[in-house]
Design a protein around this ligand. Structure first.
Ligand code: RNT
Ligand code: ZN
Length: 420
């Protein structure tokens, strides 16, 4: 039997099994096609960007590993991304950082403009990718002491406010040019390494800086702003100005999006449990799906319990229009293209698994107090032939089925990446 016909046959059988529990797999695949994932550009070059050759410095984040073949130019990064998107069923977005600009001469962060991202926009237009954006508040001399928007020095704060304003304009231009809303996400590293006496003043300054950045109204059709909190960073272990609680309050009071990064909480705290809580009050969320291993390590996203839990929460509560899904990890210890593909395919797979759930039935059991049936069905559901639906979904989309993609990435590595 050919691979194609065995995938089709397995799908027909799987379709019957899901129909038994009231799930229509064809409808599920149609729904899945409509959910874009925003791929993070920074997996391709260890968060280096093209502003200088220094690579990632400061910010309390770190890409570890020295696997050969990282992208050195925007053209190389786009070529790598084309390979990645070719392995993913569905149409997906790209999440850019300000340091991925293209300019003949160094442009200061306060002065960046849409024109510095023209090649990205042309590429995105041609390939039908939406674009998202991030100001870069690290890898810069003015961020070297670990403070940016909450810096005690007014001049430095002003510099970073200007950067934020410039970035929102770039986000707006993406939205306008591509006809799909750009989410511009603000994350800053500000914090202290050791016991902090005045935890209030930096937060007061951060509120003011953010308010100044967001003062100009931009149509939400073109650009949405998001703020991302975290618990700690390397060198900022004791105090983070932009903590979760800080940004939860900020986002809700100002009507901007809150970003939840899976690696930004205490080790046993998960973001999946927060979605319904935050969306009781906030309009929309941005997710940075990541995998923390003992710390905010940004490992490649795998199909683990938390990934399933995140997608179940999104699907069960019909949040696909209120939650923007982005990935955020950077592993430099394995083939970077493969790292992208593994994480992104897992994200889509987990969404598929969640869509295949007999949610109405489970809800009825819960409401009627039949917790026995709830648990029984949840457990039985885990071993239904979800892989057969996934394979068929890939086949239909014209992308590699199963581990077929790996040979293609190895081939690309031999022909392109290893020559860098
Ligand atoms: C850092 C944040 C932030 C970055 C990117 C590169 O802890 O997660 O989102 O990873 O901006
Ligand atoms: Zn993040």
């Amino acid at each position: 039997m050919s691979k194609t016909s065995s995938v089709e046959k397995a799908y027909e059988l799987a379709k019957e099994r899901y129909a038994e529990i009231g799930v229509n797999t064809d409808k599920v695949m149609t729904a899945l096609k409509k959910i874009p994932i925003s791929l993070h550009c920074w997996q391709g070059d260890d968060v280096g960007g093209f502003e200088s050759t220094a690579g990632l410095t400061g910010g309390g984040i770190q890409a570890t590993g020295n696997y050969p073949g990282k992208a050195r130019t925007a053209d190389e990064l786009r070529a790598d991304l084309d390979v990645v998107y070719g392995m993913l069923p569905g149409k997906h977005r790209l999440n850019l950082h300000a340091i991925y600009l293209e300019a003949a001469k160094r442009v200061e962060r306060t002065d960046i403009e849409p024109k510095h991202f023209a090649n990205w926009v042309d590429w995105a237009k041609g390939k039908l990718h939406g674009l998202d954006f991030n100001p870069t508040y690290f890898s810069h001399p003015k961020a070297a002491d670990g403070f940016t928007l909450s810096h005690p020095d007014q001049g430095i704060r002003k510099f970073w406010i200007q950067h934020g304003i410039a970035c929102r304009k770039i986000g707006e231009s993406f939205g306008k040019k591509l006809g799909t809303t750009c989410v511009t996400n603000f994350w800053i590293p500000d914090g202290y390494k050791d016991i902090t006496v005045d935890k209030k003043a930096p937060r007061d300054r951060l509120v003011k800086s953010l308010d100044a950045i967001f003062a100009d109204k931009i149509s939400p059709k073109h650009n949405l702003d998001a703020v991302e909190g975290k618990l700690f960073g390397i060198g900022a272990e004791s105090y983070t100005v932009g903590s979760h609680d800080f940004y939860l309050g900020y986002a809700i009071s100002r009507g901007v999006l809150l970003t939840l990064d899976a690696g930004h909480y205490h080790p046993t705290e998960v973001i999946s449990t927060k979605l319904t809580a935050v969306l009781s009050f906030a309009k929309e969320l941005l997710l940075h799906v990541s995998r923390p291993v003992r710390w905010d390590s940004d490992h490649v996203v795998i199909l683990d319990d938390e990934l399933y839990a995140i997608t179940q929460e999104i699907v069960r509560n019909d949040y696909t229009n209120r939650i923007h899904i982005g990935l955020d990890y950077f592993d430099a210890s394995i083939n970077r293209v493969a790292a992208w593909v593994i994480g992104a395919r897992n994200m889509i797979k987990a969404l598929l698994a969640a869509l295949l759930e007999p949610a109405d039935r489970l809800r009825k059991y819960e409401l009627s107090g039949d917790f026995t049936s709830r648990l029984a069905l949840l457990e039985e559901h885990k071993t239904l032939p979800f892989g057969a639906v996934w394979d068929y979904y890939c086949l239909q989309a014209g992308v590699p089925v199963g581990a077929e993609w790996l040979a293609k990435v190895k081939d690309y590595e031999a022909k392109v990446l290893s020559k860098r």
